[in-house]
Each structure stands twice: as C-alpha cells, then as structure tokens.
Design a protein around this ligand. Structure first.
Ligand code: NAD
Length: 286
C-alpha cells in the first residue's frame, strides 16, 4: 500500500508560509499584487481565475482581475499587458490560457515582462530554467517537486520517467528532475515501448491528459507515482492520468486526484508572486 502525498496539506503549508512572509513584506510597505487577465467566458477558466483571486485574498495579496470580452483584439490585449508591465503595484501578470482562437498565445506570453511572468512561460524564464539559474519555476512542475521534497523522496540517481512533453508541464518537469540529478526519460505520444520504459521508473510523473492512462503493468513495485492529470472519467467524475485503484497497491508513494498536484499549482503561483514582489522592490529577505 502506498503512502498518499496530500497536496491539500502541502499546499496549505506553502500558502501559510507565503501569508507570513507577505505580512512581513507589508510592514516594509510592499503589498504583492497579481493581475489576472481572462478573455472570453470559458467556464473552466472562470473557475481557475476565481480560485486564484481567492488564494490572493487568503495570503494577503492585492489582486486585480481584467475580464475582457471574447471579441477582444490582439492589439487591445497587448495594450493592457503593456499597461500592467508598467504598473508598479502589480508584481505578477497572468493571462489565463487557453485564449480564444483569434488571439496569438505566443505573442501574449512574449509580451509579459519576464520580471512579472509568474507563470514562468516567457522564453527568457524558460531559458533560465534550462540552465538552472532561475527566479521563477512554472507552477505545476514546481508543485510536483514540492510534494517530492515534502515526502522526503531522494531524486538523485533515480530513474525518472515523465509522460508528456508539453511546455507547461512535461518539459520543465523533466528539467527540474534533472537538476536534482535524476536520470530522466521523457515519453510522449510517439514513444515506442511506453509500458516497458514506465515500468523501469523509480519516479513516474504522468502528464498526459488521458483518464486513468497509467495502469498497474506500467508501474514498478515500490515506485513513486505523481499524477498531474485532471480529467473526467466515463461517469463525469474527476480523475487523474493514473488508474489509482490499480496503481496504488504497487506504489510506495502516490498523489491522489483531486487533492494531489492540483492544489499545488495555485500555491506555487502565490510563491512566485511573492518572489516577484521582493525582486522588484530589491528586498532579499523579510
Ligand atoms: P498536453 O495535451 O499539452 O500534453 C500532453 C502530452 O501527453 C503530450 O506531450 C503528448 O505527447 C503526451 N501524450 C498524449 N498521448 C499519449 C500517449 N498515448 N502516450 C504517451 N504520451 C502521450 O497537456 P498538458 O497541458 O501537459 O497537461 C497534461 C495533463 O495535466 C492534463 O490532464 C491537464 O489537465 C493536467 N494539468 C494539470 C495541472 C494542475 O494544476 N494539476 C496543470 C496543467 C495541466
């Protein structure tokens, strides 16, 4: 039976630490500020944005929401980002993705000032992660690492397999494991012998976006299994990329869905925004 790593517990701990630091920062006259842009009325995006605003209030940050209509032009969106880049009380800017089809996501990511890019999607921040000298880490992979550290799992020398190669999760996830001296393999939709490769993993991270994709025969006895997926099963119930019932008995550690990696993402966003506020105000420690 596996030990369950609770993202609820670890994210609450991270948010409490951020809240404490935020209080001390406020004593120095700095209130971290996050601007969240949402374009259109995608219901999932609306839930994510509401959760981010709630998290800001909980840790003591100021937050500004910019809810733009679906027909917003590229020019209008870039003009707003330019204004926010120059606004001193805003330390972090986040544009909720996906954007409506007529908008260019890459251009939007590039427009956000790297100093305020608390999602760490700007190429400058991505490059810094590659060389291991970074200010911000992308929130979801950073959240997975936080769970690994909390559980006291050693990455060095371990066979780590990441399923998924997206810019947001898979690729940076692999890089963070590599920075901690894991021997990392990235699998994707064209990978041959996926089952065999996964079955060799000491640490397996699933970021595929397919409900219950990882079955027991893909998991080594005693492996650490981290499930990034957020999917709906055939009954519309929330589930991960890992078939939890099958895999849990074989794993040494496992993250559940919901309540695993999910809550970590927003907690790490708060951590990044706090760091952005400190960097922009030249405050090293509080
Ligand atoms: P994505 O669709 O961009 O990438 C999925 C990856 O899976 C691709 O690289 C693809 O090559 C790989 N893949 C697809 N089918 C495969 C197969 N049959 N075999 C092997 N690899 C395969 O998705 P993403 O944005 O990286 O997200 C992945 C999952 O994580 C989704 O369920 C998403 O909802 C979830 N997610 C969760 C959080 C969070 O906060 N917990 C954040 C971001 C994404």
């Amino acid at each position: 039976m596996a030990s369950v790593i609770s993202g609820k517990e670890v994210s609450a701990k991270v948010r409490a630490e951020v809240r404490e630091e935020c209080e001390r920062l406020k004593e120095k006259g700095v209130t971290p500020g996050l601007a969240v842009i949402i374009v259109g009325d995608d219901p999932a995006s609306r839930v994510y944005v509401n959760n981010k605003k709630k998290a800001c209030a909980e840790v003591g940050f100021a937050s500004e929401e910019y809810a733009l209509p679906a027909e917003t032009t590229q020019q209008e969106l870039l003009a707003l980002i330019d204004t926010l880049n120059k606004k001193p009380e805003i330390n972090g800017i986040l544009c909720q993705l996906p954007l409506p089809k007529h908008l260019d996501e890459t251009a939007v990511i590039h427009a956000i000032s790297p100093e305020k890019d608390v999602d760490a999607f700007h190429p400058s921040n991505v490059g810094k992660i590659m060389i291991g000298d970074y200010d911000f880490l992308p929130c979801t992979p950073a959240g997975v690492m936080e769970l690994i550290h909390f559980a006291g799992i050693e990455v060095s020398g371990k066979n780590c397999v990441v399923i998924g190669r997206s810019n947001i999760v898979g690729k940076p996830m692999a890089m963070l494991l590599l920075h901690e001296n894991g021997t990392v393999t990235i699998c994707h939709s064209k990978t041959k012998d996926l089952k065999e490769i996964c079955a060799g993993a000491d640490i397996l991270v699933a970021a595929v976006g397919r409900p219950k994709f990882v079955k027991a025969d893909m998991v080594k006895e005693g492996a650490v299994v981290l499930d990034v997926g957020i999917n709906r099963d055939e009954n519309g119930k929330l589930c991960g990329d890992v078939d939890y019932e099958q895999v849990e008995p074989k794993a040494s550690f496992i993250t559940p869905v919901p309540g695993g990696v999910g809550p970590m993402t927003i907690a790490m966003l708060m951590k990044n925004t706090l760091k952005a506020a400190k960097l922009q105000n030249h405050i090293e420690s509080v």
